[in-house]
Write a protein that binds this ligand. Structure first.
Ligand code: AMP
Length: 575
């Protein structure tokens, strides 16, 4: 069977994949973590078991498991019949939080194609770079997302030959693209042909998740069928999900967190996913009132603060919410206390990443664990080491080191990125997360706190901005001779990007606006634009001659503190 996969002409599945060692994989299967079945096979089995239950609710309507998977089957059949895509092909996504996204994602899996979890906020250049890196042939886009620019972006991608086929949801088709409704109709007309979601490829790539930026060599996390399904099953099990659970999710559903803490655990456990089109507080409170969620599986601290500040929250009824899980960024103790005291919410925390590894605080743990740590790993087979940053020596418990992880749903290598893989993993396959963490024992429980990071990333809300990507694009401006992007603390989003620029002689300094216009024209997503510009005669250097971002972070923190007058400087994380 494995040979059959290797013989396929456009075999994307073995190319660029760093597999788990065979003995490790066999161990995960023997322990029942890995099922030996493909992700869509597991999803189809769950759908059959829960056919008449509600699978999905959006403000526009709801679908049972039967309805959702019938639509997904039609999408899959239509995709293979009308677009020329073949099983094994990768498909880019630019879709928001709408029903069509869930149908298309499931449909791609049922067609044996591999969703690439790009976001609708990504620009043409970003989608293009990733599509070429992966070798994707298709694109699914939401025509009415945001300001309605995605069809134009898709036309560019088609015209330059980056992708060959597009599916347009919620809008008119155009040359090279087929309308989502027509695809479904074509699938329905073709009938119930057997779909090629192979059982024998369970250890191969199911989905491509994103990690790094898009200048230089991209970091794409290949998520394999068995481990991605297990990630979701383990999350559902840790939280006790099943029929009757309603999980409300308001962040981008195609992000790894959306798929791994909401969509897939809900669908694999017979629960209901209530999908908010945005994290707008009014929408969220409406959905809390109408769907009575039992769990909100990921609330970034920034969103929790907005919820606390919204007058409408004071009268909202949160009593259905048994699990309110904060994650994505460090939670300030004050916010945990306010959630408890003002809204009656006992928070739990989670840590997770596109590369795998999740931790969550146990529901029954005391506040010392729930407020100050991200808890314990999801799987009994998860292994955690706290190492000297970039090194291999374990640091003692209670001391800060780099969080390094290995286990049944953590990647063993980025896709087609041997250069990254050489430094991103220890010799024995632990993934170096770039996050700083400590191991604690509290009330007899071994748990972990996240205490900053060493990777050069700005965590804006939960969207990550890779400094190097933005810096490289800024450096294309002929008036700029040097640039550094650093995190500046922000009460609402946690962090925002501040660009330090050195201008060429006699060049006029760039402003946030003029730099933004330039970067958008370079195809950078809007959420990555620097939100403050500081111009210096030269960038400070560390004693090894590298730009000292620490000095720049201290500089901007000082400036913000002075500007805020007597207000205390908000805590900053170490990037
Ligand atoms: P992503 O791959 O986009 O899901 O981002 C994963 C990264 O988000 C992690 O490597 C951390 O840097 C950050 N992160 C996720 N959860 C937490 C958390 N609970 N506390 C602090 N940082 C977090």
């Amino acid at each position: 069977m494995a040979n059959q996969a290797a013989e396929r002409p456009r075999d994307m599945q073995v190319d660029g994949l760093v597999p788990h060692p065979a003995a490790t994989a066999a161990g995960y299967r023997a322990a029942g973590f890995w099922s030996g079945r493909s992700l869509p096979t597991e999803l189809v089995a769950a759908a059959a078991a829960h056919a008449d239950r509600t699978a999905l609710i959006t403000p526009e309507g709801s679908s049972t498991y039967r309805e959702l998977f019938d639509a997904a089957r039609n999408f899959a059949t239509g995709l293979l019949e009308s677009t020329g895509l073949r099983p094994g092909d990768a498909v880019m996504f630019q879709m928001g939080n709408v029903t069509e996204t869930v149908v298309s994602y499931l449909g791609c899996l049922l067609a044996g194609t591999k969703p690439v979890c790009t976001l609708p906020q990504h620009g043409v250049r970003e989608v293009g770079v990733l599509a070429r890196h992966i070798g994707a042939r298709g694109l699914v886009l939401q025509s009415d997302f945001g300001r309605g620019l995605l069809p134009d972006n898709a036309r560019s991608l088609l015209a330059e030959g980056t992708v060959e086929f597009a599916v347009v949801a919620r809008g008119e088709a155009f040359e090279g693209a087929v309308a989502y409704e027509d695809l479904l109709a074509a699938g329905a007309a073709a009938g119930s042909a057997e779909l090629p979601y192979h059982q024998d490829e369970s250890d191969q790539i199911a989905v491509f998740q994103l990690s790094g930026g898009t200048t230089g060599l991209p970091k794409v996390a290949p998520r394999l069928h068995e481990e991605y399904a297990y990630n979701a099953r383990a999350w559902a099990a840790a939280l006790g999900w099943g029929p009757g659970t309603v999980a409300l999710y308001a962040l981008p559903i195609m992000h790894n967190a959306g798929i791994s803490v909401a969509l897939q655990p809900a669908l694999l456990s017979g629960a209901t996913l209530a999908l908010a089109p945005s994290a707008d507080i009014g929408t969220l409170l409406d959905l809390i009132a109408t769907t009575r969620p039992s769990v909100i599986p990921l609330v970034p601290p920034a969103l929790a603060i907005r919820l606390l500040e919204a007058p409408a929250s004071k009268t909202a009824d949160f009593s259905s919410v048994k699990d309110f899980i904060v994650g994505g960024q460090k939670l300030a103790e004050e916010v945990a206390h306010r959630l408890r005291d003002e809204l009656g919410i006992a928070v739990r925390q989670k840590f997770g990443m596109a590369e795998g590894m999740f931790l969550v605080t146990p529901a029954q743990a005391g506040e010392a664990v729930r407020h100050h740590t991200v808890g314990t790993p999801l799987s009994p087979a998860d292994e955690v080491r706290i190492l000297t940053p970039g090194g291999d020596a374990e640091v003692p418990d209670g001391e800060i080191g780099e969080l390094c992880v290995r286990g049944p749903y953590t990647i063993r290598g980025y896709y087609r990125a041997a250069r990254h893989n050489a430094s991103a993993f220890t010799d024995d396959g632990f993934y170096r997360t770039g996050d700083l963490a400590r191991r604690h024992t509290i009330d007899g429980l071994t748990c972990y706190s996240i205490d900053g990071r060493i990777k050069d990333v700005i965590n804006r809300g939960v969207e990550k901005i890779h400094a190097e990507e933005v810096e490289e694009l800024i450096m294309r401006h002929h008036d700029v001779s040097n640039a550094a992007l650093v995190a500046m603390p922000d009460e609402v989003l946690g962090e925002r990007g501040c660009a330090y620029l050195v201008m060429e002689a006699r060049a006029r300094p760039l402003t946030v606006e003029s730099l933004g216009v330039f970067l958008l024209a370079q195809g950078l997503a809007k959420y990555k634009l620097p939100e403050r510009v500081e111009v210096l005669p030269g960038l400070p250097l560390s004693n090894i001659g590298k730009v000292s971002k620490k000095t720049l972070r201290e500089d901007i923190e000082g400036k913000l503190a002075r500007e805020a007058g007597s207000r205390a400087t908000p805590g900053s994380t170490s990037t």
